[in-house]
Design a protein around this ligand. Structure first.
Ligand code: GDP
Ligand code: IMO
Ligand code: MG
Length: 434
């Protein structure tokens, strides 16, 4: 039953897409379990840059992709993404859970009007769609595409609410417009809809290797992140169980993904945030602009209290540390090893906004590493990484008591370096035999 969760340990955009694509070489299935098209996962391979919002990143390698029940599913974005892949010669093999929640056009409107400003959301309608899911009477699921009576009941209620908010002027034409959309989606999605729970559980019982692809990151988790500056789903490992319908006993290993520094897009506390020239340099070198919205990302030093919290919440077994190339050329790099809040030391981040806003990071300075020819470094393998970077990685392993399995030296698939331990792990899991 080999299964591996790839989970973001920071505020999202850790490079989960690149890591999932790398591991998909061995995977049979790649499964998205949370979030919606607010996610933007980048895979750079074969001279193409793929920006995926709903389609699991394993699809670029032609692996079966599953969109689980926990996902806020926007058919419009999904169909566009499938089309874009086809235009690049990839015919994706995909299953969309009948239990996934539908994102409707009015969710996006509400997101833009109400949530967008204050929280800095991606305006993809994800929060309002999950709100309707939890309210039950106004939520629509993929299965409802084939139950027009229920759709009509839900739309009548929504029409009333949206008229009250001034978003809908004429209830009848609103319902008609939405019904024709539902009709179109029902047809277009017919070949994709299925039972994610049975599919994934069966695959695991047949010994297939399943990779779970988290969207967003731990600090954006609606229950465990920096509430209210969070997303509306559970990106953490626990989200796999609820988002797919899977026993926690079937989760084998957990790989936490982090950049070599920290970024955050949107509002909310960020203890190690940098301002000024250095921030601009890192942002430019790292191409730190949102994959979904194009917004510049806030940048800062690596934050170990946050990563320790993230390790705890997710049960992280191994680390993937990406974007080491971006810090190359800096003489010294800083890492926050603890916080001071009201005169007290914290080794593990408290996820409360008021505390985090007061947190004074305590930094340790390490030697940096020089620029290099990363293709050559990758050819040389783990030990060919710059000395300063190897020391940086050893420092992280020691502080977090977690081995690093994968590093990243550029966006391209070829610029990933596996640690010698990766093969051992895949062997222990029964994914490879030698
Ligand atoms: P995700 O949301 O976690 O999948 O991450 P994103 O794709 O939104 O953001 C990560 C960005 O960094 C993308 O533009 C990737 O192509 C890029 N990237 C991934 N790994 C590396 C790396 O090791 N070095 C550099 N320079 N870029 C990387
Ligand atoms: P991936 O999967 C980074 C952020 C938004 C905003 C907050 C709430 O690419 O890592 P939402 O639209 O979810 O209601 O916005 O969460 N956010 C992300 N930040 N990466 C993401 O996804 C994100 N998805 C949402 O910027 O601050
Ligand atoms: Mg992203």
């Amino acid at each position: 039953m080999p299964s591996l969760v790839v989970v973001g340990m920071q505020f999202g955009d850790e490079s989960k897409g690149a890591v999932v694509d790398y591991l998909a070489e061995w995977a049979d299935l790649v499964v998205r379990y949370n979030g919606g098209s607010n996610a933007g996962h980048t895979v750079v391979a074969g001279g193409h840059k793929y920006k995926l919002h709903l389609v699991p990143s394993g699809s670029v390698r032609g692996k079966l992709g599953v969109i689980g029940a926990g996902v806020a599913f926007d058919p419009e974005v999904f169909l566009e993404e499938v089309q874009a892949l086809r235009e690049r010669g990839i015919e994706p093999n995909l299953v969309v859970s009948l239990k996934a929640s539908l994102v409707m056009p009015y969710h996006k409107e509400i997101d833009s009007l109400i949530h967008g400003g204050k929280l800095g959301t991606t305006k993809r309608g994800v929060g309002p769609a999950y709100q309707d899911k939890m309210s039950r009477i106004t939520g629509l699921k993929v299965m409802d595409l084939y139950d027009r009576r229920r759709v009509k009941d839900v739309l009548s209620l929504k029409a009333e609410e949206l008229e009250f908010r001034g978003i809908v002027k004429d209830r009848d034409s609103f319902i008609q417009e939405m019904m024709s959309l539902i009709e179109r989606w029902a047809q277009a999605l017919e070949d994709y809809v299925g039972d994610d729970t049975l599919l994934v559980n069966e695959a695991l019982s047949q010994g297939k290797f399943v990779v779970f692809e988290g969207a967003q990151g731990t600090m954006l988790d609606v229950d465990h992140g920096t509430y209210p500056f969070v997303t509306s789903s559970n990106p953490i490992t626990g989200g796999v169980c609820t988002g797919v319908g899977l026993s926690p006993k079937l989760i084998d290993r957990i790989l936490g993904v982090s950049k070599a520094y920290t970024t955050r897009v949107g509002a909310g506390p960020f203890p190690t945030e940098l301002k000024g020239d250095l921030a601009a340099v890192i942002r430019d070198r790292g191409g730190e602009y949102g994959t979904t919205t194009g917004r510049p990302r806030r940048v800062g030093w690596l934050d170990l209290p946050m990563l320790r919290y993230s390790k705890l919440v997710n049960g992280v077994d191994y680390l993937a540390i990406r974007k080491l190339d971006v810090l190359a050329g800096l003489e010294r790099v800083k890492v926050a090893v603890s916080y001071e809040i009201d005169g007290q030391e914290y080794r593990i981040a408290p996820p409360y906004v008021r505390e985090l806003e007061k947190a004074e990071p305590v930094y340790e300075e390490l030697d940096g590493w020089e620029e290099g020819d990363w293709e050559e470094v990758v050819r040389g393998g783990w030990e060919a990484q710059p000395k300063g970077a190897l020391k940086y990685l050893e420092f992280l392993e020691r502080e977090l008591e977690t081995p690093v399995l994968i590093t990243g030296w550029g966006p391209q698939r070829e610029l990933t370096i596996p640690s010698p331990r990766l093969k051992d792990v895949l062997r222990e899991m029964g994914v490879i035999t030698q």
